[in-house]
Design a protein around this ligand. Structure first.
Ligand code: PEP
Length: 246
């Protein structure tokens, strides 16, 4: 069983004032029972990495380009994230897929580059409400996994986050049975492609309206190895309770 991971995605939120949340988190959880990752906006990565130095908190980016450098105004590369102190990067979040037209092929290229450069990639997948209502959830998840994950995937370099699009930021969550169905399916899909031993070591996160009140029951679902948390990761108290539930 892989060590569990609590990952926070601050999205386009947070400035200098919010850095104190990290100090509070590090103080309150000096030796957490799970791995802890915070992914702030790019502007905060280096200062957050500094604030988290010596603590159990890792810092990550929320995206990176598929190229390592070049004429890509406004973008951030994997080597830049590493240089700023990040060890991880979220890739293929549904907001990137929606807002920036990222496809599975885009995500695969970015993931390959990120991992080659030395980052751990948290690759996000998830169905829309329409796809779930049409009974297409597992087909969509399978297609996204096949397309987004590189052949070079290993348990040490890739984390997969199942985030139903309709559960992100809405307060809605799938039933525990629905989460179990998708996570079992993901594990089997990974085993078919990468072998059972490798698949068993790849962490599968659930994401979508995780909060202190539902974290424990979600983490008890088989094949859930942690969470990718948006809104509730912005407050040290809330995220701390989620860490404690893992
Ligand atoms: C996310 O954006 O990855 C997410 C899970 O958001 P929230 O927890 O706010 O639903």
């Amino acid at each position: 069983m892989p060590r569990k991971l609590a990952a926070g995605n601050w999205k386009m939120n947070g400035g200098s004032a919010e850095l104190s949340e990290i100090a509070a988190l590090a103080l309150a959880h000096p030796a957490p029972g799970c791995d802890v990752l915070i992914c702030p906006p790019a502007t905060l990565i280096s200062r957050m990495a500094e604030a988290a130095r010596g603590s159990a908190i890792a810092v990550g980016g929320q995206d990176c380009h598929g190229a390592v450098s070049g004429a890509h105004t406004g973008d951030v590369s994997a080597p830049m994230l590493l240089d700023a102190g990040a060890s991880h990067v979220i890739l293929g979040h549904s907001e990137r897929r929606q807002d920036h037209g990222e496809t599975d092929a885009t995500v695969r290229i970015k993931t390959t580059t990120a991992v080659t450069e030395g980052l751990i990639a948290v690759v996000c997948i998830g169905e829309t409400l329409g796809e779930r209502e049409a009974g297409q959830t597992l087909d969509v998840i399978g297609t996204q996994m096949d397309g987004s994950l590189p052949d070079s995937t290993t348990a040490a370099t890739i984390v997969v986050a199942y985030e139903p699009v309709w559960a992100i930021g809405t307060g809605l969550t799938p039933t525990l049975d629905q989460i179990a169905e998708v996570h079992d399916f993901m594990r089997a899909r990974l085993a078919a492609r990468f072998g059972a031993d490798m698949a068993d070591g790849i962490r599968l996160l659930y994401g979508g309206s995780v909060k202190p009140s539902n974290a424990a029951e979600i983490f008890a679902v088989p094949n859930v190895d942690g969470a990718l948390v948006g809104g509730a990761s912005l407050k040290a108290d809330d995220f701390g309770q989620i860490i404690a539930a893992l």
